[in-house]
Design a binder for this molecule. Structure first.
Ligand SMILES: [Zn+2]
Length: 412
């Protein structure tokens, strides 16, 4: 803290005080309000707070919060303090707050909103930028994610002494990363392919086979990878094969874990050291947690966009475990629920399905079109009361997830 200029120190102190007051007033964990005030007093706060640290940035449409947590866990092997925005406050104020709270941590692992990545690269001069995937979010359509990819590409091409760890199975990620000086390619898989049918270089159709993807018209193709997710196993940069055996469920989390292992190696933490630490992560910001409610186990899954819903379906407990789907359309969720039509719900047939949330009727119409039978419920307890077995899975979008978490008593 001593090396910060006076103005930044003042900004951090006042921001921290505001965060404390916000916490005391019961307005969330106070991390963002502190950063907002700090940045207003010192617009260069992020750059000043990042100076002298080794910074890892993590971005992508899905998996940011989990991957940030996994990288933090892996780098724990170094035995140094790590600053991190562990609860997903991922715009500039959230980042400033996370750094301000850990002024002496030599390492920082920060989740960054996709749109802020170029500005944050500039401000923090990162050691590693981690690119997971890029697909349509709640309100966006393809044109917008192509614009995001273009801005990433320009920012990464201009970044010095920065190592990019990128998912080579996502063509748009590959295109964005390939302008960078140094890239470590990871075969992390790509389940959602609806936003990457076209070549980012020439616009032709991409072809896919078991070796990956390539353009039918130009030389743009999947680069050869140093790290591979192979089912339940990872093949590391030295060709060693290890079972992942994570506590976190699903293909998407295995993919996040392989990316985290690749990032850890940049810092000299090898797979044998990192993997046991990844296995210890059982829940992330309330996700995947199993809570007991009225004698039944309730597990919470967050899904914010079409690709996220596919990932959530992948980790559902098998039938007859019922599922509650909860959808809101507040500002953080996106006001427009037309994305519901991008998801294929037919996998839910033959399972008891409950539907709640402010936009439950929109979801109900969508499920009817896919011939999925369901019951409308007012809240999570109404669903729990109707569960016949021992457990219930819940998939909710952002604010619906937070509401249910509060209703169930906010356990981590
Ligand atoms: Zn092409």
């Amino acid at each position: 803290m001593g090396k910060l200029p006076m103005r930044a120190r003042l900004a951090t102190t006042l921001g921290g005080a505001a965060g404390t007051m916000s916490r005391l007033a019961g307005r969330g964990d106070g991390s963002v309000i502190g950063g907002v005030i700090g940045l207003r007093l010192e617009p260069d706060l992020l750059a000043l707070l990042s100076a002298g640290r080794q910074v890892v940035l993590v971005t992508g449409t899905n998996g940011k919060t989990t991957t940030t947590r996994l990288i933090t866990a892996a780098l724990g092997a170094l035995g140094q303090d790590i600053a991190s925005n562990a609860f997903g406050a991922n715009m500039e104020a959230g980042l400033a707050a996370a750094l301000g709270k850990a002024p002496d941590a030599p390492l920082a692992v920060l989740e960054v909103d996709e749109r802020y990545l170029p500005a944050v690269i500039k401000a923090t001069n990162p050691r590693v930028v981690t690119l997971l995937n890029l697909s349509r979010d709640q309100m966006d359509r393809a044109a917008e994610i192509w614009l995001v990819a273009r801005r990433w590409r320009e920012a990464l091409a201009g970044a010095r002494d920065c190592c990019v760890v990128a998912n080579a199975d996502d063509p748009l990620i590959t295109w964005a990363a390939s302008g960078a000086e140094h890239v470590i390619w990871v075969a992390a898989g790509q389940r959602w392919q609806e936003d990457s049918w076209c070549c980012a270089v020439c616009g032709s159709h991409l072809l896919r086979d078991e070796l990956g993807w390539r353009c039918g018209e130009c030389s743009f193709r999947r680069p050869s990878t140093r790290w591979v997710l192979d089912g339940e196993r990872v093949i590391d940069s030295a060709g060693r094969v290890s079972d992942l055996s994570l506590s976190l469920p699903g293909q998407a989390n295995r993919s996040n874990a392989v990316v985290a292992l690749a990032v850890a190696e940049v810092f000299g933490v090898v797979t044998a050291q990192a993997l046991p630490r990844l296995r210890d992560v059982a829940s992330v910001a309330g996700r995947y947690t199993r809570l007991v409610r009225r004698g039944r186990q309730v597990r919470l899954l967050l899904a914010k966009n079409p690709a996220g819903w596919l990932e959530a379906f992948d980790v559902l407990d098998p039938p007859p475990v019922p599922v509650l789907l909860a959808v809101n359309a507040q500002v953080p969720d996106g006001k427009d629920t037309s994305w519901l039509w991008d998801v294929d719900y037919r996998v839910l047939r033959g399972r008891r399905v409950f539907v709640s949330g402010e936009r439950r009727l929109d979801l109900a119409v969508r499920l009817e079109a896919d011939q999925v039978t369901f019951d409308l419920v007012g809240d999570v307890d109404e669903a729990v009361d109707q569960v016949e077995g021992a457990s219930l899975d819940v998939i909710a979008n952002y604010t619906a997830f937070q509401q249910i978490r509060v209703a169930l008593g906010r356990a981590e």
